[in-house]
Ligand binder design. Sequence first.
Ligand code: ADP
Ligand code: 5GP
Length: 187
Amino acid sequence: MQKKLFVISGSSGVGKGTVLKGFLQKNPNFMLSISCTTRKPRQGEVDGVNYFFLSKEDFQNCIDNDKFLEWAEFAGNRYGTKRKYIKQCLEEGKDIILEIDTQGALQVKKQMPEAVLIFICPPSIEALENRLRGRHTEDEAAIQKRLDEVKIELERAENFDYKVVNDDLDNAISELENVIIGEQAKC
Ligand code: ADP
Ligand code: 5GP
């Protein structure tokens, strides 16, 4: 069966990580790409597990040497997906999931039109803000920067293949599963 690249995006705090974790627990055969970032690790985040945490210089080096399939600046930090790992997974016949921002998702689609873009929506902007604040991982300035991105992210979402609303978590996981399994069945 031909293997697929799935891209999950959504505003910060919408629950992408939580929904994906639930999905991967039920579907452990999927590979999850580990991104590079210049953001500082949050408490409990581990280098090589949550992200590859790079200095600004090392990240720039990767850009200059064309190591990234896509990269973007988001809320004051840079994030990027290494091309090599994605290529390797697809060549080895593994389905792979990228959890990246909307700018990166659209860059991937340009290069790989067969990639499936899935946008996770909040039930409301108020719920999104409550989740972002309730996570207690960002200071107020960083929260504001992330909230400032929401409008343009919702506009970019119009170019995505699917939208999944993360209201009830179990429903959102099932909906994501339906989308992904449905796409695999098309191969
Ligand atoms: P993201 O990865 O999109 O930034 P997270 O997965 O870190 O978001 O989730 C942000 C916060 O929202 C977390 O505290 C998480 O527990 C909570 N959350 C996620 N999904 C739901 C949901 N369906 N209902 C209520 N809270 C949720
Ligand atoms: P966070 O700092 O909350 O971990 O991530 C902030 C945003 O960066 C999220 O929207 C997340 O999906 C996105 N992101 C994570 N990795 C990448 C990546 O490799 N490329 C791009 N473009 N965005 C990423």
